[in-house]
Design a binder for this molecule. Structure first.
Ligand SMILES: Cc1cc2nc3c(=O)[nH]c(=O)nc-3n(C[C@H](O)[C@H](O)[C@H](O)COP(=O)(O)OP(=O)(O)OC[C@H]3O[C@@H](n4cnc5c(N)ncnc54)[C@H](O)[C@@H]3O)c2cc1C
Length: 194
């Protein structure tokens, strides 16, 4: 992770030496319709390289070395969907609760949804009863996790905020990783046999 002065950069080296990366570029306003589609990879490469040029770390070099830059898109936080089900129809996964990609939780929440839904359909005598049980089970968990969007989407900080963040991050991250919130978020267990 590179918390740059002007944007955020994340990268992961794969075992074969390839590097996967992404950049979050804060913007005060929504891009105009067609603006992002109209910006080619060459322009993105030079814009992004320039954005990360003053930061420590490999961001600018990785961007420069990338032959392909995939199309960009804005990130949105989706409002909570008031109804997930009607009669014998239900929505699950992103259709019910799409978190921002930055949260890195949408796929795992969707897989949990599928397993929990299969379980209630197995155990409840009616479809409507199964859907009601499913929603009661899933809604508190997914809404608690999706609420973290707003905090995590915007990683920009001013000069003082950056100093404080860089000092506190090494102390806070291990506590977060081992804390109750992390256990609740990542330690979800579905007991299929129960
Ligand atoms: C850039 C990015 C990065 C992400 N990173 C992560 C991450 O690191 N970790 C993580 O957990 N999640 C991540 N996510 C989120 C994750 O991809 C989604 O939350 C997850 O794919 C949702 O699964 P889903 O099955 O609910 O929906 P989808 O994966 O969207 O599947 C829905 C499927 O339905 C199909 N479909 C739509 N309409 C119809 C129709 N009318 N008829 C038939 N088929 C239809 C679509 O083509 C699609 O294949 C990321 C998302 C993005 C965009």
């Amino acid at each position: 992770m590179v918390f740059g002065k002007r944007a955020f950069f994340g990268y992961v080296p794969a075992p074969d030496g390839e590097v996967w990366w992404f950049a979050n570029v804060p913007r005060p306003q929504e891009p105009a319709r067609g603006e992002l589609e109209g910006t080619g990879p060459g322009e993105w490469r030079s814009r992004l390289t320039e954005l990360f040029a003053a930061d420590a770390g490999p961001a600018a070099a990785l961007i420069l070395a990338s032959q392909e830059i995939t199309p960009t898109s804005p990130m949105h936080s989706m409002p909570a969907l008031p109804a997930w089900r009607r009669g014998q129809m239900i929505v699950i996964g992103d259709a019910a609760h799409a978190p921002s990609p930055t949260l890195g939780r949408g796929a795992s929440l969707s897989i949990e949804d599928a397993a929990e839904l299969a379980k209630v359909l197995r155990d409840q005598p009616t479809i409507e009863g199964a859907f009601a049980a499913y929603e009661a089970l899933r809604r508190p968990r997914v809404e608690r996790i999706v609420k973290q969007d707003a905090r995590i989407n915007n990683k920009a900080a001013g000069p003082a905020g950056r100093i404080l963040r860089d000092l506190l991050m090494p102390l806070i991250l291990p506590r977060l990783a081992n804390g109750e919130q992390s256990r609740q978020t990542y330690g979800h267990h579905i007991d299929w046999a129960a």
